[in-house]
Design a protein around this ligand. Structure first.
Ligand code: FE2
Length: 204
């Protein structure tokens, strides 16, 4: 198995946010780089692991596979998260707005549900396009690798791990979630949706 030398993407234009401090963002980005480093480290170890000792209770192969899913989940989740920060908030328009209103009772109902889901989750909330159901869906994760919906593409990822807001808001997670939406770049979310829909078309 070949391993890839994964390097962090550019951390541009998101240090200065409205309501999320530069300290939070810079520490958060260091965490993200840690995930990338571990993906590379685990990939190298998978190349050389002793597969003759594979065992469901404990084995090096099992541990590497499990922790790989956590590490690469952390990498992908944060790439989505950072990429759509730095915007001016507001509300979505166009196709994205149309599909939210098609697949949820209304935009306001979706937003209220998504924010509440951010209080119910222990790690992440995603808005994703489900390629089997042909619709948008909301999912929560308690960790970087739970609980994915198969064949669904995340287009919006809200990090609700405490590290994303504790410096700025302490336990007041709802205030951070409001700040997240105030800094959201809906154009990036719309572009994510366009890519997901293109995948849908290509797969049909
Ligand atoms: Fe995070």
């Amino acid at each position: 198995m070949a391993w890839k030398d994964l390097t962090p993407k550019t951390f541009a234009s998101i240090r200065e946010l409205n309501g999320i401090s530069a300290r939070t963002q810079e520490e958060h980005y260091e965490l993200y780089k840690g995930y990338v480093g571990k993906v590379n480290e685990i990939q190298k170890k998978l190349d050389a692991v002793d597969r003759t000792t594979a065992n469901q209770i404990f084995s090096d192969l099992r541990s590497l596979r499990v922790d790989y899913s956590f590490a690469i989940g952390g990498m992908k989740n944060h790439e989505t998260y950072f990429a759509h920060l730095g915007g001016k908030g507001g509300a979505p328009t166009g196709k994205l707005r149309e599909l939210i209103e098609r697949d949820f009772p209304s935009y306001d109902a979706w937003l209220a549900d998504f924010k509440a889901s951010g209080l119910a989750a222990r790690g992440w909330v995603w808005l994703a396009y489900d390629h089997d159901l042909n619709m948008l869906t909301t999912a929560v994760g308690d960790a970087q690798n739970t609980f994915p919906v198969w064949n669904a593409t995340p287009i919006l990822a809200l990090d609700v791990y405490e590290h994303a807001y504790w410096f700025d808001y302490g336990r007041a997670r709802a205030k951070y979630i409001d700040a997240f939406f105030n800094n959201l770049d809906w154009d990036v979310v719309a572009a994510n949706l366009d890519r997901a829909l293109a995948m849908q078309t290509a797969g049909q």
